[in-house]
Ligand binder design. Structure first.
Ligand SMILES: Cc1cc2nc3c(=O)[nH]c(=O)nc-3n(C[C@H](O)[C@H](O)[C@H](O)COP(=O)(O)O)c2cc1C
Length: 234
């Protein structure tokens, strides 16, 4: 029997493609809590993610405790205030230039100009950490994972994000949970010990309104080698 063709040129997006294309980061949530069975289903999508050597180098922590989320937000805000006080990208406080350069060298990804802008907003209370989401899934990396455990955690996280949107929820990746690693407080409270490290968070909840939808995206060159020739597509 011939295999059923699932693709034909010009066909409509299938349901998986629709979720991938229409998912948007959600930054406004209803207060209604996500039921446990639904969170469990989303965690399953993470558990089934591929990983190098099938190491599954992750641990997930679910937080559905508003007081804890508020306390985390406050602690991250405090860290952002310290960054705001110590660092200056604008050059207006010239004396801060050497220390700013040093910090950027030490934490170049966290202090990239884009998150740095958000750090200022969090410090000034103009941007919340979890955007009012009632549930947060923290992603911890097992540092012993084969190859690149960060990549594996990213794949597991995106599996959960896509599953959540396909089930009518909204999500937003929250890289700003990283400052919770700085002191002992949250490591102790959440029981985070070697080999685990908190690397990302995912805010989860019922979105306010329906903000999902396709947006325009930058197109980047893709080099494509076929039978001895190279073409470039966009
Ligand atoms: C690893 C990662 C960390 C992120 N951290 C944050 C964050 O801390 N706060 C936030 O509001 N958005 C965060 N985002 C969301 C990005 O800003 C968003 O994905 C990007 O602007 C593209 O928009 P879209 O997700 O709606 O397509 C993060 C996204 C990723 C992938």
């Amino acid at each position: 029997m011939a295999e059923k063709e699932l693709y034909s040129e010009g066909m409509d997006w299938n349901p998986v493609e629709e979720v991938i294309l229409k998912r948007r980061s959600i930054r406004a949530y209803q207060s209604k809590q996500v039921p446990e069975s639904l969170v469990r289903r989303i965690l399953e999508a993470g558990r089934f993610a591929p990983s190098a050597g099938n190491c599954q180098p992750w641990k997930f922590i679910v937080i559905q405790d508003k007081q804890m989320l508020d306390e985390m937000t406050e602690d991250v805000r405090r860290s952002c205030k310290i960054f705001k006080f110590l660092l200056d990208y604008s050059g207006r406080r010239r004396f801060l230039l050497p220390i700013t350069k040093l910090f950027i060298r030490l934490r170049k990804n966290e202090l990239h100009p884009i998150p740095f802008g958000a750090i200022m907003l969090i410090a000034e209370d103009k941007l919340t950490l979890f955007h009012g989401a009632p549930t947060v899934i923290l992603i911890l990396k097992d540092k012993r994972g084969a190859s690149s455990p960060d990549v594996d955690c990213g794949i597991a996280g995106q599996n959960m994000v896509l599953a959540a949107h396909s089930l009518g929820l909204g999500t937003c990746w929250i890289g700003f949970v990283k400052p919770l690693n700085y002191g002992r407080k949250w490591k102790k409270r959440l029981g985070i010990e070697y080999p685990y490290e908190l690397i990302e968070g995912i805010a989860l909840g019922y979105p306010k309104g329906n903000p999902d939808g396709i947006v325009s995206r930058e197109t980047q060159e893709i080099d494509w080698y076929v039978d001895g020739t190279k073409k470039t597509i966009y």
